[in-house]
Design a protein around this ligand. Structure first.
Ligand code: NAD
Length: 273
């Protein structure tokens, strides 16, 4: 079925977008597997899948922190692109009918203007830290005065002293879901994100490869609920293949910076906002 006909089916209903690293690639933030990606760089000794773990944080917390702070520097320098802005603009028009689930930790949706309380950051945020000893579940901004290291460089001692929980003074950790941890409602609102998908008549995946589990649950839920599903990606992936299999799905084969604004325009038109 054509995109226009599918949007007619969903028109007026709540919409959930799920974004992955691909939406931020045109902003200069490498994807999971892309060339020179954060996950291929790692530290001088460890690969990313070993580094981004609670186990490695326990044995060498400063190595883990150095890597996240290097990533933070890249994200801080990046700017939201037309795809991020199109989503912020659509949220302003749809209000309560708009939901945004992101796997990204770069903060570009917030900087583009999406309301923080409507974004489900299911893998955490590279701008936040929390108590490593769980004295509180509160999250705190990583202090601005920290000197962000170059790739593979250590953190200076003055900066180390700032990476502490403001409540108890023990060491803080990045507010990131690591490879050896589980999705969690209190910390990452992962269950609420899936409820938003279940509530939606249209579910759009953008720039995600499907390598993580929450997007896979989400697409199952969308299918079970009879939602229209649309995938945006220049490459094939499980969401595109799902869209090809179902009568209620389609995909847009292209760059998020072009496909997302075009789709948001069509949604705005069909939803009458
Ligand atoms: P992924 O790297 O596994 O997949 C990226 C996807 O984006 C691919 O399918 C690719 O074809 C697509 N893509 C590349 N350029 C695109 C473009 N211009 N427009 C549209 N799509 C494009 O990413 P993932 O599925 O999000 O999983 C990565 C994991 O790593 C997540 O857990 C995420 O938290 C983390 N991560 C986050 C960032 C970030 O915050 N920006 C960056 C890298 C990794």
């Amino acid at each position: 079925m054509s995109l226009e006909a599918l949007l007619d089916q969903a028109a007026g209903k709540p919409v959930t977008f799920l974004t992955g690293a691909g939406i931020s690639a045109p902003s200069g933030i490498p994807t999971f597997r892309g060339k020179g990606g954060f996950w291929t760089v790692g530290s001088t000794v460890y690969r990313a899948q070993e580094l981004a773990t609670r186990a490695h944080f326990r044995s060498d917390p400063w190595d883990v922190w150095a890597w996240y702070l290097y990533r933070k520097a890249t994200c801080d320098q990046a700017k939201p692109n037309t795809a991020h802005f199109a989503l912020a603009n659509l949220e302003a028009r749809l209000g309560e009918r708009f939901h945004l689930v992101t796997q990204n930790v770069d903060g570009l949706h917030t900087r583009a203007g999406n309301r923080q309380d409507r974004i489900f950051e299911v893998h955490g945020s590279g701008r936040l830290m929390r108590c490593a000893r769980h004295c509180t579940m509160d999250r705190f901004p990583i202090p601005e005065s920290i000197v962000l290291p170059e790739a593979g460089q250590p953190i200076d001692e003055v900066s180390q002293a700032l990476l502490v929980c403001p409540k108890c003074g023990n060491m803080a950790r990045p507010h990131i879901l690591w490879f050896d941890e589980y999705y969690d409602e209190t910390l990452y609102r992962s269950q609420s994100a899936l409820h938003a998908v279940a509530d939606s008549g249209l579910f759009v995946t953008i720039g995600t490869s499907g390598a993580t589990s929450l997007p896979s649950y989400a697409i199952q839920i969308a299918n079970e609920r009879g939602a229209v599903v649309v995938d945006i990606n220049p490459e094939s992936n499980p969401f595109r293949r799902n869209a090809e299999r179902t009568l209620r799905g389609t995909f847009l084969d292209g760059d998020a910076t072009q496909a997302v604004p075009a789709l948001c325009d069509r949604i705005g038109h069909k939803w009458g906002v």
